[in-house]
Design a protein around this ligand. Structure first.
Ligand SMILES: Cc1ncc(C[n+]2csc(CCOP(=O)(O)OP(=O)(O)O)c2C)c(N)n1
Ligand SMILES: [Mg+2]
Length: 904
């Protein structure tokens, strides 16, 4: 910022200047240098002085930006002997990978299945250097069973498959089935553990979720270590990201957290090819500089690797600073254009702007200019990449981001490289392949192109290339990426006592189901065998859910422990933070909490340690806000409990529109890995959690998918909790059981009274039970009340029955079986939109009708809200009478009479 007239107030003015004369002298000498040697020299001296000051321990605020040059000068790079690698060998391996990645997409284009070529082409060295020198495998002696965690850019997947082809894990048939999975032998388009569980660990292609997850994975690694579950301090988290991807809000949401917690076990590698899907990432601006400032501001260590070695000669000539200045000013899209233009254009447009640059250009041959502007990039030179990775691992106290400049579509020829449309280009022509072969020096003959089809290339299982890469991987602890698939020993079931605590009911007292859940897990966390595996996650809402009593007993995780005296230290339930704290209280970030949950819920595979996370949140801010992460969780095969508390549309007094959740079960129903339950009573909560623990962590039953997670909606309205009827556990788990009949409820009924079945879930069962009494006492109607613990599971079971029918098998859906013989019509009600119960309508043989809280919602008292939505007891009575009247089972006049009596 310039302030020529000195009007902008400075914080320095608040401090006494102890020696104004000295201050003036310093200013004068700066002015003198500027005048004598020019502004470049003056700025250089200032930067050097600042650097010196930092080295001398002067606590100066950091500069946010450096010049548009490499952070690590060529002279400081490790030598080939230091890297211990064979660069020529690695170049050949990279060439095969480039070829096969392009070939598999091109061959697949015959079927129109798509794929991406340009992304990996720009990133090839970023991966290859990591695979040969850095990424630890699962059998690494330093990080046994864990290795490093690799978040791979989704659109680079062909390159990863190509390398797995070279190392022998995939064959040609696999590559030919890229994106064609239905035959059972295919490769998913993007990193997808559910589809290819032995290879992929982390699904990344929904942009922004990878970087966010990587940060919380690194943090969760620290948590596991600090809690003495497993020492994973040698595991390093690497996240490969696109420069375009950094625009997603999630990409940068947790940068400050990563720096604050000193996550030096984390490295971001951002492939700065300056392009995204449509064109330039920052056209008129400079993405690298913007990212540098953002990351430095957040407290990260930044390593820029922008230019290749060819540029060293140019920088050596830059005595006036004109080159560096020009590089800082020239917009990204212009740099992209240089990548495609001839030397004359570059001489004129880039060098022509300043006499000093014109002079410099005279010393450069056309070939040199083209080499620099077309090819020479930091991200395309293995030694530079190596130097950056090494610097990242050596940096202590903060995470590192590597900003590696590359050319999108590198080595693919003029038709591809730096073209705006290259992200979408799905094939190379035969001629383009032949050019690429010549450029990369691959031994592929023209004769191998049969039927106009590009061949795959492999140097042979016993070739020096394959032996080299296998030896490198063996030294680093086995293949990568690789996911651990071996099932762990089942966790022992916790003592029964925690679950049976609710069987007797709450008597005269009332208890909300949120409280029941919290009480239950409190008990389970005390379990000797499995208690320490629970990971309670809450985004600044523990008090809302009555969880503050867990603070002192479990502690809130902080890598710093507690460096201050908490204001409430003298109280029983004080705010206790601890280095080995068990609770993850993330502050107000549902996205961060979900990223925590994903890391914890997949620790069974990532680290071979089964953890039991439960993430409890304001239900309105769960699925609606972070459903994409729930999808990511399902893709990543996560296991655990999501708990939507303060659920329902009418249970929060006065909170209204933004808080009252009328639809989370609708969204949850769309996620095939989510088992959604809307328990009505405390004992149901216990039965569902017990079953969840068995299913996800216990002995797997034949054909059962253990890679699921549970979503429970719990309420904050205290209600009397009934005793548990006998023999209903199966019904609770399957989604429906009869809670009582009019007779078993002890209601007086006339002989031959007509009958209705009230199906309800969650808090709505209380209004159904009230309606049951009114129907008997005031209208002589018998109502049986059912608890529908999971509309979604009922539907899924029915869908399976339908599918079985197509296979020629007879199967009756559970919902139909459960309701068989139940007399009269069915009226369903929940505290959500009607879509929720309507999920099962088509499989119910009885007359179907439903009530629900549709629309936007509003603020009012619970009673008024229920009346407004038509889900209170009286509304249920009127709806029941109307349904019976339609069938001629009660007088039509009863409906009007009831409406008037209840003031509806
Ligand atoms: C959330 C999300 N939005 C949009 C996309 C579609 N998409 C896939 S790749 C891409 C461009 C990627 O650009 P960049 O991150 O710079 O990666 P590059 O291929 O250039 O390395 C887009 C928009 C996506 N995958 N995820
Ligand atoms: Mg890009």
């Amino acid at each position: 910022m310039t302030d020529p007239v000195g009007k902008i107030p400075s914080e320095l003015d608040q401090l006494p200047d102890r020696d104004t004369e000295e201050t003036a002298e310093w200013a004068a000498s700066l002015d003198a240098v500027t005048k004598a040697a020019g502004p470049h020299r003056a700025a250089y001296l200032m930067r050097r002085t600042l650097q010196h000051a930092e080295g001398a321990g002067l606590a100066l605020p950091k500069l946010l930006e450096t010049d548009y040059v490499n952070t690590i000068p060529t002279s400081a790079e490790p030598s080939v002997t230091e890297t211990g690698g064979d660069e020529e060998m690695e170049r050949r391996i990279t060439a095969w990978n480039r070829w096969n990645a392009a070939a598999m997409v091109t061959r697949g284009s015959k079927y129109g299945v798509g794929g991406h070529i340009a992304t990996f082409a720009s990133a090839a060295w970023l991966y290859e250097t990591g695979f040969n020198h850095f990424f630890k495998g699962k059998e690494s002696p330093d990080a046994p069973g864990s290795g490093d965690q690799l978040y791979i850019q989704g659109h680079a997947s062909p390159g990863i498959y190509a390398r797995a082809f070279l190392d022998g894990r995939l064959n040609e048939a696999h590559l030919d089935n890229f994106r064609q999975e239905s035959g059972g032998n295919g490769l998913p388009s993007y990193p997808h553990p559910r589809r290819l569980p032995w290879l992929w660990e982390f699904p990344t292609v929904s942009m922004g979720l990878g970087p966010l997850s990587a940060i919380y994975q690194a943090r969760f690694n620290r948590y596991l270590t600090n809690r003495a579950i497993k020492d994973v301090s040698a595991s390093h988290v690497w996240a490969f990201l696109g420069d375009g991807e950094m625009d997603e809000p999630e990409s940068t949401a947790a940068l400050a957290l990563a720096a604050r917690e000193g996550l030096d076990n984390l490295t971001f590698v951002i492939n700065c090819n300056l392009q995204r899907l449509d064109g330039p990432v920052r056209a008129n601006f400079k993405i690298v500089q913007e990212l540098e400032a953002q990351f430095r501001g957040a407290g990260w260590n930044v390593v820029k690797s922008l230019w290749g070695n060819a540029w060293d000669e140019l920088f050596a000539l830059d005595t006036t600073g004109a080159l560096v200045r020009r590089l800082r000013e020239v917009p990204d899209a212009q740099v992209q254009t240089y990548q495609t233009r001839d030397a004359a254009y570059i001489r004129q447009d880039f060098f022509g702007k300043e006499p000093a640059l014109v002079e410099m250009a005279k010393l450069l041959s056309d070939d040199k200019i083209l080499e620099c502007f077309h090819l020479s990039r930091g991200g395309h030179e293995p030694r530079k990449v190596y130097a950056a990775y090494k610097a990242a691992l050596e940096f202590k106290g903060a995470p590192t981001v590597i900003l590696a400049q590359t050319v999108k579509g590198f080595t693919l020829g003029e038709g591809f490289a730096s073209k705006n449309a290259n992200h979408q280009m799905k094939k190379l022509s035969t001629d383009e392949f032949k050019n690429m072969r010549d450029l990369l020096g691959l031994p592929i003959s023209d004769a191998q192109f049969t039927d106009g089809q590009v061949p795959y290339g492999h140097p042979g299982a016993d070739s020096p290339e394959v032996r080299y890469l296998q030896e490198r991987r063996a030294a680093l602890g086995g293949p990568a990426p690789a996911r651990r698939v071996h099932p762990l020993a089942p966790l022992p079931a916790p003592a029964e006592k925690a679950f049976t605590a609710f069987d007797k009911g709450s008597g005269a007292q009332s208890m909300a189901t949120t409280m029941a859940f919290v009480r239950l897990v409190k008990d389970l966390i005390r379990d000797k065998e499995t208690g320490r595996r629970w990971v309670p996650i809450v985004p600044d809402e523990a008090r809302t859910f009555g969880m503050e009593s867990l603070f002192p007993s479990l502690g809130i995780y902080s890598p710093k422990g507690q460096t201050y005296e908490p204001v409430d230290r003298d109280q029983l339930m004080y705010y206790k933070e601890a280095k080995n704290g068990q609770i993850l209280n993330e502050g107000i970030t549902e996205a961060g909490s979900m990223a925590d949950f994903i890391a914890a819920s997949t620790a069974y595979s990532t680290h071979g340690e089964a953890m039991i996370p439960f993430y409890i949140f304001y239900s309105m801010f769960g699925w609606q806000r972070t459903a994409d992460q729930m999808w990511q969780l399902g893709d990543q095969l996560g296991r655990g409990f999501l708990v939507g508390a303060t659920a329902g549309r009418t249970t929060l007094t006065g909170e209204g529109l933004q808080h009252a959740d009328g639809h989370s079960p609708v969204i949850a129903a769309t996620n095939p890995a989510a088992l959604t339950y809307d328990p009505a009573f405390a004992y149901e909560v216990a039965a569902i959690v017990k079953e969840g623990l068995r299913r996800m962590y216990g002995e797997a039953a034949e054909g059962e998918d253990q890679d699921v997670f549970y979503y429970l909606t719990v309420y904050n309205e205290p209600m009397p909790q009934p005793a548990k009827p006998a023999g209903i556990d199966e019904g609770i788990v399957k989604g429906l059981y009869r809670f009582n009949t009019a007779e078993s409820a002890g209601l007086d009924l006339p002989a031959n009274s007509s009958r209705i079945q009230l199906l309800s879930s969650g808090t709505a069962i209380h209004w159904a039970l009230e309606a049951q009494k009114l129907l008997a006492a005031e209208w002589g109607v018998a109502a049986d009340v059912w608890s529908a613990t999971s509309w979604t599971e009922l539907r899924r079971d029915a869908l399976e029955a339908d599918a079985a029918l197509l296979r020629g098998e007879e199967r009756v859906p559970y919902v139909r079986e459960a309701l068989a013989g139940a007399e009269g019509p069915v009226l369903a009600v929940s505290d959500y939109m009607r879509q929720v119960p309507d999920q099962i309508a088509q499989w119910v043989e009885q007359d179907w009708s439903s009530l629900g809280a549709d629309g936007f919602g509003l603020s009012d008292t619970r009673d008024a809200a229920r009346r407004h939505f038509g889900v209170d007891a009286q509304s249920i009575v009127v709806a029941a009478l109307a349904q019976l009247a339609r069938r001629g089972e009660v007088q039509a006049s009863a409906v009007k009479e009831a409406r008037e009596r209840y003031g509806l």
